[in-house]
Design a protein around this ligand. Structure first.
Ligand SMILES: *[C@@H]1O[C@H](CO)[C@@H](O)[C@H](O)[C@H]1NC(C)=O
Ligand SMILES: *[C@@H]1O[C@H](CO)[C@@H](O)[C@H](O)[C@H]1NC(C)=O
Ligand SMILES: *[C@@H]1O[C@H](CO)[C@@H](O)[C@H](O)[C@H]1NC(C)=O
Ligand SMILES: *[C@@H]1O[C@H](CO)[C@@H](O)[C@H](O)[C@H]1NC(C)=O
Ligand SMILES: *[C@@H]1O[C@H](CO)[C@@H](O)[C@H](O)[C@H]1NC(C)=O
Ligand SMILES: *[C@@H]1O[C@H](CO)[C@@H](O)[C@H](O)[C@H]1NC(C)=O
Ligand SMILES: *[C@@H]1O[C@H](CO)[C@@H](O)[C@H](O)[C@H]1NC(C)=O
Ligand SMILES: *[C@@H]1O[C@H](CO)[C@@H](O)[C@H](O)[C@H]1NC(C)=O
Ligand SMILES: *[C@@H]1O[C@H](CO)[C@@H](O)[C@H](O)[C@H]1NC(C)=O
Ligand SMILES: *[C@@H]1O[C@H](CO)[C@@H](O)[C@H](O)[C@H]1NC(C)=O
Ligand SMILES: *[C@@H]1O[C@H](CO)[C@@H](O)[C@H](O)[C@H]1NC(C)=O
Ligand SMILES: *[C@@H]1O[C@H](CO)[C@@H](O)[C@H](O)[C@H]1NC(C)=O
Length: 577
């Protein structure tokens, strides 16, 4: 078998002492008889170490006593990727240097030098986050293949410094969903269709699809993604993992293929809050190449966010608001029921819950018909619409990003548009059927951005001002309920309007696993919203809720994937459940 030959070649090269599974049939093919009790594609052990669902602390403990190495971790995650790739396609590109980086970290450990909690831990980044190495950085588009980035993205450099091992690039929705308004979530020309391991036939969440799917399916320890409006929180909550979308300006966007400087934020994915916070601790900070990061000064802890991790007893001090009319009313009955069961558990742990804590002016700000980043225009006011300034920002921000690349003819958004028209079969420049079903509407998003000429006119400034001030005021008001300062707003993140309001405000969100739909098997989360720089609150309460879930007899917690529909390969995936 060719794959096994590759496996032994790699393990030979790395001269790692690894026991690969000796039952290839059960390894590569689903064990149907166990479908209800165990994962359909069970993850092999990593030597003697149970890597499936292992926390970063557990990996560190095993590496510390010499029973596991970083090199073994890389090989075991490679094995897991090969096992799952043709089903979920979470990895876009493997880092040819991953094994040698891991060996270097193992060498350091032998010298008693460990850099911190991420020393030797493999991770992936969304393909719109630059790495200056043997890998490409393309946002999933063929157009940028071969281009050379000036340097690692700041967040990648920080993670290398922290000792983490860059394993590869994650699949994504191409151009982080900027290019099209009717498209297949998780699809890119270069990466193909990413699929959720919970149900392969439906929307895996996006645009950081592969980042979340890989963490959920134990293909990697943790991952980075990016969010402009939902692209971290949405795939995290749809894959039963933890996602943190930080305040805009907490994590540098330098070296990240942009969408909008006003809303882009690099976020983190982990199977536990602690794992996600380790990643956040490594990447946050001031970076001279992204001046938005200077705003964090005076608002960040000097010793990282790990100190805010809490146990369930902390919930005795918590008072949460439920913005019912603003968001909860749009959650379907099953989600309301399961999430309220979790909220009742939180209440029984001592927290106070206040219903009807609303976003001021939600009647105007929140679309009643689902996520819609052009809702201002839908209401007849382009000068109150998020999409109005995102289109202009993209024009200018992408041109600036492209200007720093070498070895490419793609210099402007116009070049991208031309490239897509010239390559309809792979990049769907024209709407389907001239283009491809994954990009039904072609590149209407790019064309809309191009049509603005990037002009910062009065409409742009009005829209930016309206969206920022209204959403910030609205969230802040809800957090100060009748004089009581709330610990946070509990929201159903599957209602996309919740993270949309936070996105416009530039405010942070965290999501933890909340429940599972009975129909599709797709998970959904419970999220907490807060004001700018309130990550300590989000981390404190989310970790307390997670502790409560893990120590309670509740079904409302993280679940393993069931690989529903694993024989189907529909494109596009539907947007509905
Ligand atoms: C899984 O559980 C369902 C419902 O309990 C049952 O109908 C089905 O036969 C079970 N499948 C397997 C493979 O055990
Ligand atoms: C697993 O543990 C056993 C007993 O401690 C040891 O002999 C063996 O070498 C270990 N195997 C690996 C692959 O580490
Ligand atoms: C090493 O640490 C791992 C993880 O804590 C543990 O499972 C294992 O038993 C330990 N092995 C030895 C030899 O101490
Ligand atoms: C690392 O620490 C251990 C235990 O303290 C010690 O025995 C060993 O000599 C140290 N190794 C190096 C290379 O310093
Ligand atoms: C960042 O710098 C640009 C250009 O120098 C400036 O226009 C912008 O206002 C600055 N933004 C922040 C948040 O400081
Ligand atoms: C509740 O908050 C008070 C004041 O901040 C603090 O002293 C106390 O330790 C907290 N209790 C719990 C259970 O966290
Ligand atoms: C919150 O209030 C709304 C009415 O505004 C009600 O329909 C809903 O059931 C309440 N939710 C909870 C959890 O009490
Ligand atoms: C997307 O395009 C397809 C094919 O033209 C169409 O059937 C579908 O309704 C469109 N969806 C939206 C949300 O416009
Ligand atoms: C500003 O530019 C947009 C296109 O980006 C255009 O639709 C709008 O009419 C312009 N507004 C003014 C006041 O010129
Ligand atoms: C953009 O530039 C083109 C060509 O100069 C012009 O025809 C068009 O009106 C401009 N669009 C806007 C929104 O300014
Ligand atoms: C607000 O607080 C006042 C004074 O404590 C109280 O009388 C009133 O009922 C509260 N209103 C709400 C909506 O909770
Ligand atoms: C997967 O999800 C889709 C969309 O909700 C649903 O129609 C389908 O039945 C699900 N597949 C399985 C095997 O449950």
């Amino acid at each position: 078998m060719r794959l096994l030959a590759v496996l032994s070649l790699v393990s030979g090269l790395a001269s790692a002492q690894l026991t690969f599974p000796n039952e290839p049939d059960s390894f590569f093919f689903p064990s149907l008889q166990n479908a209800n009790t165990t994962e359909l594609f069970p993850m092999p052990k990593c030597g003697n170490f149970t890597l499936q669902e292992a926390t970063i602390d557990q990996m560190q403990a095993a590496m510390a006593n010499g029973s596991l190495t970083s090199t073994q971790l890389v090989l075991c995650y490679l094995e897991r990727a090969w096992q799952t790739q043709e089903y979920i396609n979470s990895i876009l590109e493997f880092n040819p240097d991953a094994i040698s980086i891991a060996q270097a970290r193992d060498q350091e450990r032998k010298q008693n030098k460990t850099r911190g909690p991420l020393h030797g831990i493999p991770f992936i980044v969304k393909d719109n986050i630059a790495s200056k190495d043997k890998m490409e950085t393309t946002a999933g588009s063929w157009a940028l293949v071969g281009s050379i980035v000036p340097r690692d993205a700041h967040v990648v450099a920080q993670l290398r410094q922290a000792g983490a091992v860059l394993f590869g690039k994650a699949t994504l929705s191409e151009w982080a969903d900027m290019r099209s308004n009717n498209y297949s979530e998780g699809y890119s020309g270069r990466g193909g269709q990413c699929r959720s391991a919970y149900n392969l036939t439906t929307n895996p969440g996006g645009s950081s699809s592969g980042s979340a799917v890989a963490v959920a399916a134990n293909v990697i320890a943790f991952a980075l993604g990016t969010e402009t409006d939902g692209s971290v929180i949405n795939p995290a909550e749809r894959n039963s993992i933890v996602g943190i979308k930080p305040t805009v300006g907490l994590t540098s966007r330098a070296g990240v293929i942009p969408e909008s400087e006003h809303q882009d934020s690099v976020g983190v994915f982990g199977r536990t809050v602690r794992d996600a916070v380790y990643a956040l601790d490594a990447i946050y900070g001031v970076d001279q190449r992204d001046n938005y990061t200077s705003a964090q000064q005076g608002h960040t802890p000097s010793k990282g966010y790990v100190q805010f991790l809490s146990k369930k007893n902390a919930l005795k001090n918590a008072t949460f608001g439920l913005p019912w009319q603003s968001f909860w009313q749009y959650a379907d009955a099953e989600q309301q029921e399961q999430l309220l069961e979790l909220i009742n558990l939180i209440k029984s742990a001592g927290a106070t819950i206040i219903n009807n804590t609303e976003i001021t002016n939600y009647e105007t700000l929140v679309s009643p018909d689902g996520w819609n980043w052009d809702y201002g225009s839908t209401r007849g006011f382009a000068n109150e619409s998020e999409y109005t300034y995102i289109k202009v920002d993209f024009y200018n921000n992408i041109n600036k990003y492209l200007s720093e690349l070498t070895n490419t003819n793609i210099k402007t958004i116009q070049d991208l548009v031309d490239y897509n028209f010239d390559n309809d079969g792979t990049e769907g420049g024209n709407p389907w059927p001239l283009g491809i079903p994954a990009f039904y509407s072609g590149q209407d998003g790019f064309l809309a951005s191009l049509a603005t000429n990037g002009t910062y006119n009065e409409t742009y400034f009005q829209a930016l001002h309206f969206c920022q001030t209204q959403t910030r005021q609205g969230i802040n008001d809800a957090l100060n309920h009748n004089g009581t300062k709330l610990s946070g707003l509990l929201v159903p993140p599957d209602v996309g309007q919740s993270y949309e309001i936070a996105a416009e405000a530039g405010y942070p969100v965290i999501t933890v696993p909340g429940g599972v739909r009975s129909t599709s098997g797709m998970p959904f989360g419970l999220a907490i919203m807060q004001t700018a720089w309130a990550e300590p609150e989000l981390i404190k309460w989310a970790s307390a809720i997670e502790d409560l879930q893990q120590t309670s007899n509740t079904l409302r917690k993280r679940v393993l994937p069931k690989w529903r529909g694993y024989l189907e390969r529909n494109i596009p995936v539907p947007f509905s459940d």
